[in-house]
Design a protein around this ligand. Structure first.
Ligand SMILES: [Zn+2]
Ligand SMILES: [Zn+2]
Length: 180
């Protein structure tokens, strides 16, 4: 990996993104930059579903990607506070172009308040870090991992996110050329 470019969109909390950047630098040992990017998310809004089309957002990022940085091992990652979907699923936490250079992650469904529990910023950040590391793993060509604790284990519910670690298992880490 050579660089990760973060694009907080749609009023995403910059405090959350700054905390996230630290984790990403540590995990991927690469340059992480945050950019102010003006993009009206309403163009990805599906009024019928009341959600935002994750694939359309990815494709839009991809067509604008050369403006940020070109080259191998570079990822542009959009971070959003609103609910994402792909047509075949009720919702997604995020989506990535496997082996490509774009990804998007939403924290809409990651806060404990959403499930009637008291606010817990540490838990919200931990879940966000896991989902972001997971999608970046896909961008850097990893597929889902059967190890329960590996960040590349697939999660459909927050409870499943809570069961895995923020890091890659040995096999996934070595695939990425990272040594723990
Ligand atoms: Zn996945
Ligand atoms: Zn793994």
């Amino acid at each position: 990996m050579n660089a990760i470019h973060l694009l907080p969109l749609g009023g995403t909390s910059t405090v959350l993104v700054e905390a996230l950047s630290g984790h990403l630098r540590q995990t991927f040992r690469t340059r992480v930059e945050m950019h102010a990017f003006s993009l009206d998310p309403e163009r990805f809004f599906d009024a019928g579903r009341g959600q935002y089309n994750s694939t359309d957002l990815l494709m839009h990022l991809k067509s604008h990607y050369p403006a940020l940085e070109q080259g191998p091992g570079v990822c542009t990652l959009a971070l959003v506070p609103f609910d994402l979907f792909i047509p075949i699923l009720t919702y997604v936490f995020g989506e990535a172009e496997v082996g490509g250079n774009v990804a998007v992650v939403s924290y809409h469904r990651l806060s404990p308040e959403r499930y009637g529990l008291p606010p817990d910023n540490a838990l919200l950040l931990a879940r966000f870090v896991k989902e972001v590391v997971h999608e970046l793993g896909h961008v850097f060509s990893l597929i889902h991992c059967s190890a329960q604790s590996c960040v590349m284990h697939s999660s459909s519910y927050v409870e499943e996110i809570d069961l895995k670690e923020q890091s890659f298992c040995r096999a996934c880490a070595s695939e990425l050329g990272l040594r723990y």
